[in-house]
Design a protein around this ligand. Structure first.
Ligand code: MN
Length: 227
């Protein structure tokens, strides 16, 4: 028996090697920095575990150009730490979570904010705001063997040389092990899964021609151009 179709393969370069990391699924955590929750105007006393997904075709590698979708008037950047999963697991206890990490990248969760705001008001899904092609640029993956695990370190994003986001991973509400443990209550995590871990404050609108640079201490940086 043969398959009727093949499927497109999306991959991310691994820093310091010629190998590629084949992307399986993309999970994205929301509301993970207090000051970002404040700037978005969320009024909740508890901090819910909010997450959504993007399709593998959302991946864009370092140095590429990305067009603003023609259905948004407010295309925004969200700089985030990205986890690359290297080992299968379900219901992973926090204390074992780090064993499941292959490495880390810097990513930008590109978001159609106008569509997201409308969706929130009307109780509709965020799919068109978040889960669109080319909405998940990521830097080359640094293996955790080289970077160590990241529970603190500067995270920054600049547009045309002007710093817009400037925070520290230590301000994450849910730590890397907590996120892996939480997600794996619902999903078996597989090698190839990647997880965006939420953005700090300072998100903002991108315009055609912008050059966007994102960096996290000890990781490969990311540059994209907005076409
Ligand atoms: Mn985000």
């Amino acid at each position: 028996m043969n398959y009727f179709n093949s499927r497109p393969e999306t991959s991310i370069p691994i820093s310091g090697s010629n190998d590629l990391f084949l992307v399986h699924r993309i999970f994205c955590v929301g509301r993970n920095y207090k000051k970002h929750i404040d700037e978005m105007g969320y009024e909740e006393n508890d901090i819910p575990f909010v997450f959504f997904m993007k399709p593998p075709e959302a991946i864009v590698t370092d140095g590429q150009k990305i067009a603003i979708p023609d259905f948004t008037n407010n295309f925004q950047h969200e700089a985030e730490l990205v986890i690359a999963i290297g080992k299968e697991g379900k219901k992973i206890p926090e204390e074992n979570a780090l064993e499941h990490i292959f490495g880390y990248s810097v990513g930008i969760d590109l978001t159609c904010r106008d569509i997201q705001n409308e969706a929130k008001k009307k109780g509709r899904p965020w799919t068109l705001a978040k889960s669109i092609p080319y909405s998940a640029p990521v830097s080359d993956i640094t293996p955790a063997d080289e970077s160590g695990h990241l529970n603190e370190g500067n995270i920054r994003l600049s547009v045309n040389g002007e710093i817009r986001q400037n925070s520290n991973l230590k301000h994450m509400i849910r730590s890397v092990p907590k996120i892996i443990s939480n997600l794996s209550q619902f999903y078996t995590l597989f090698p190839g899964d990647i997880i965006f871990t939420g953005t700090p404050e300072g998100v903002g609108k991108l315009e055609s021609g912008d050059i966007v640079f994102a960096e996290i201490d000890r990781l490969q940086p990311l540059t994209i151009t907005i076409a």
